[in-house]
Design a protein around this ligand. Structure first.
Ligand SMILES: [Zn+2]
Ligand SMILES: [Zn+2]
Length: 323
């Protein structure tokens, strides 16, 4: 390995919380706040990373997001994940489905691979006792939107056959997308529509991404826009059904349909919408998970702390006393 390569690898490694964290870990706050966490060295190590970052919830991939081959997952790893989560009080565990899966694909071979791969996602999520499996609903290119929605529902049913989802804690969460052409789930109505299709098939809910909502064109930045967007979300998906919020600032303008995540408070969304979200009683039951870039060591820590710092603690404890 060349000196330059060694250097680069070293820099990459130093972004890993397991390497830089020492001594006391930050305490978790009054909300479920976490971040998408690396599974390098084995899935169970993600729980340790989340804890060291002061997170009480986290998200992982259980397979490479851009390759069909799943990660190896042994029984001992699943047990260790369980043990660490119990020890640290970390829940929910959210798994994000591989980006390759498109359950609405019009290509027979690709569709078949997607169903098979999604079945693997479900099996691994069950083995890891994950609470949520987040799925991008896919692209209906080559079909009508209606056909696409029906196919996704049928494909999930096919993938879940014989897996006893009903008796597990696992829920499939449909995530809203940035609204690219042919994508299912670019609007709240489409997410709601898909949930209606899926309800008879398996336990479902929604994951709403702030960046996707913003670049898709919803106004979440102005106070009035925020209220209106939350009202629209409540009337379609239902705020009670939003079990995970992906908290990402955006690099691009509202309505741009470009999906590039930015650090909390440093993008075109800014801090205020996150403050409103984290202090909204109607979202208190949800988990808030950042999928922000890690450009430098501790960026993950900084984004978690940024979200935590927005929770109005006084208001929360006053409400708790009343309850
Ligand atoms: Zn997301
Ligand atoms: Zn995104």
């Amino acid at each position: 390995m060349s000196a330059e390569l060694t250097e680069r690898k070293h820099k990459l490694n130093m972004k890993d919380v397991l390497l830089w964290s020492q001594g006391e870990v930050p305490a978790p706050g009054p909300r479920r706040i976490g971040i998408h966490t690396s599974t390098a060295g084995g899935v169970e190590r993600a729980a340790e990373r989340a804890y060291r970052l002061g997170a009480n919830t986290f998200q992982i991939f259980s397979s490479s997001p851009r390759q069909w081959k799943p990660y190896g997952l042994g029984k001992s790893q699943c047990l260790e994940m369980r043990r660490l989560r119990d020890k640290y009080g970390i829940a929910p565990l959210v798994i994000h489905t591989s980006y390759l899966v498109n359950l609405a694909s019009a290509t027979a071979e690709f569709h078949c691979k997607s169903v098979e791969s999604f079945r693997g996602e479900l099996q691994r999520a069950l083995a890891l006792c994950a609470e949520y499996l987040v799925l991008h609903p896919g692209s209906f290119r080559g079909r009508s939107r209606e056909e696409g929605l029906e196919l996704v529902a049928r494909s999930i049913a096919e993938a879940a056959q014989g897996l006893e989802l009903e008796n597990s804690n696992l829920r499939i969460l449909i995530e809203n997308t940035a609204g690219a052409e042919f994508s299912l789930g670019g609007s709240f109505e489409q997410v709601a529509h898909l949930l209606e299709y899926l309800k008879p098939v398996c336990p479902v809910g929604a994951c709403i991404d702030t960046c996707h909502t913003h670049v898709c064109g919803y106004d979440i930045v102005s106070e009035a826009g925020w209220q209106d967007t939350m009202r629209q979300l409540d009337q379609t998906v239902g705020l009670g059904n939003v079990l995970v919020w992906h908290c990402n600032d955006a690099k691009d303008q509202r309505g741009s349909r470009r999906d590039r995540h930015e650090h909390i408070g440093q993008g075109t969304i800014g801090l205020e919408p996150f403050r409103r979200l984290l202090n909204d009683e109607r979202a208190e039951h949800a988990a808030f998970i950042a999928e922000t870039p890690i450009d430098h060591a501790r960026d993950d820590l900084r984004n978690i702390e940024a979200l935590k710092s927005l929770v109005n603690v006084k208001q929360t404890s006053a409400r708790k006393k009343r309850a």
